[in-house]
Design a protein around this ligand. Structure first.
Ligand code: UDX
Length: 435
């Protein structure tokens, strides 16, 4: 099939590349000429495991091309994916100006039947707005489909190639058939392609992400309560998660969720509710709790250093909002670093992928290290913010020699309290006894 993807951010790039993988001819459109040139030269502008291999292979096969020319892009595809940013507005709602801006141009340019697919995460009612915007000037027939993505950063290629479900929201039988044909090779395992009305499809994405954020937040609250009453959240988590109605996944407490989706989507769903005179009270609590959770370890650090962090050197392991990504959007590590710097502490940081992004924010206010042990060398304490695998089994003997005080603040519960007690470390984590 001939397909156009407008917007080569994270979602657009993964979508375009993975759709090319099954033999479709993809044109990706982006208005950033420098980025387009880089992609033409085979440079993947984001870090996402396995994407580079697919990217090279499909460029080589001429199934994946890039342009800044929207009109040419629109001429090419029978299906046009809109993978445009929907940033958070000041009031928490999703800013639709990019999506509707391109919709206007689609109306101006299309000359034959097109399926316009909203891939961006958009509030209920956006498909209707996109349709109305295109219809103002369109001289050809078109259908609008809501097709939310459920890609996790770090696993996006696998999630796209082997999705647990595909959601297609449209009232057009013709568009539904085209979309089913397009996705058929990806659901060979028997996972469903769910066709529904467009509003339900739009809401599915927000509801799924908000539910997951709520699940994590509930567990963070349980963890905070565990600390108060002397229970161990690890036992509670397993005790709960083995009930198949609850499930083991997404029950890991920590210093809060971050990233480009959960924070934005929870706030956007809350705001959409408000606009419809509906109060999503649970989401209000989720936002508040998560905000506090991100800096949860700071008072513990202050307590340990008797409110005197000035001049102390803190090694920070992990800056990305989660492992396997270089994304630092809403990353708890940055909230902790801000507080540490404000308190006069020095920060030595290490992350396997995200350092360049963090350098842009802090410059020389933070010392960026080449490896995890360079960060801990001579530091007063270690703070762990992201659960990269490399941090899971450190050389504790070396760490003890390097740190001027054997203390670890762990925002991701990477070690057991028993093992660290045995090794004679002070160990402060989330929802468990400090030793
Ligand atoms: C999420 C959704 O999973 C994906 O379906 C959607 O399309 C985009 O948003 P992503 O933001 O890449 O994907 O990250 P995810 O792996 O879901 O983790 C989100 C956040 O929750 C991270 O900050 C992570 O550290 C945190 N988390 C996750 C926990 O704190 N505890 C858990 O048990 C799981």
């Amino acid at each position: 099939m001939k397909i156009t993807v407008v917007g080569t951010g994270y979602v657009g790039l993964v979508t375009g590349t993975c759709l090319a993988e099954t033999g479709n001819e993809i044109v990706c459109v982006d208005n950033n000429a420098e980025k387009v040139q880089k992609m033409r030269n085979g440079i993947v502008p984001i870090y996402e495991p396995h994407l580079d291999v697919l990217f090279d292979r499909n460029i080589e096969a001429n199934r994946l091309t890039f342009t800044t020319d929207l009109k040419a892009g629109l001429d090419h595809g029978e299906v046009i994916f809109l993978a445009l940013p929907t940033p958070e507005d000041e009031d928490g709602s999703a800013d639709l100006s990019y999506v509707l801006g391109v919709a206007k141009e689609i109306g101006d340019y299309i000359t034959d039947y097109k399926v316009i697919v909203d891939k961006s995460t958009v509030p209920v009612g956006t498909a209707e707005k996109v349709r109305a915007t295109i219809a103002k000037t369109a001289k050809a027939e078109f259908d609008v489909v809501s097709n939310p993505e459920f890609l996790r950063e770090g696993f996006a290629v696998d999630d796209f190639l082997k999705p647990e479900r595909i959601v297609i929201g449209t009232k057009s039988k013709k568009a539904a058939e085209i979309m089913q044909r397009l996705y058929k090779p990806y659901v060979r395992s028997g996972n469903p392609i769910l066709v529904m009305d467009e509003k339900s499809a739009e809401l599915t994405k927000y509801a799924a992400n908000s539910f997951l954020a709520t699940k994590i937040t509930f567990m963070n609250e349980v963890a905070n309560y565990c600390e108060l009453v002397g229970a161990d959240v690890d036992h509670v988590r397993i005790g709960m998660g083995t009930d198949s109605r609850i499930g083991k996944r997404f029950l890991f407490p920590g210093i809060g969720y971050g990233g480009s989706c959960f924070p934005k989507d929870v706030k956007a769903l809350h705001k959409s509710g408000k606009d419809a005179n509906f109060s999503f009270k649970i989401l209000e609590a989720v936002v508040d709790i998560n905000e506090q959770q991100k800096t949860k370890l700071f008072p513990k650090m202050e307590g340990y250093f008797k409110d005197d962090l000035k001049g102390k050197t803190i090694a920070v392991w992990g800056l990305a909002f989660k492992p396997e990504t270089d994304d630092i959007r809403e990353a708890p590590a940055l909230y902790m670093i801000d507080l540490l710097l404000e308190a006069g502490a020095k920060v030595k940081a290490f992350d396997p992928e995200a350092m360049e992004n963090v350098k842009r924010k802090y410059g020389d206010k933070v010392t960026f290290c080449e490896n995890m042990y360079q960060a801990t060398e001579g530091a007063n304490a270690l703070l762990i913010c992201t659960e990269w695998s490399i941090f899971r089994t450190p050389d504790f003997t070396k760490l003890k020699k390097q740190l001027s005080e054997p203390v670890i603040f762990d925002g991701r519960n990477l070690y057991t309290t028993e093992e660290l007690k045995e090794l004679d470390f002070h160990y402060l984590s989330i929802g468990r006894k400090s030793v």
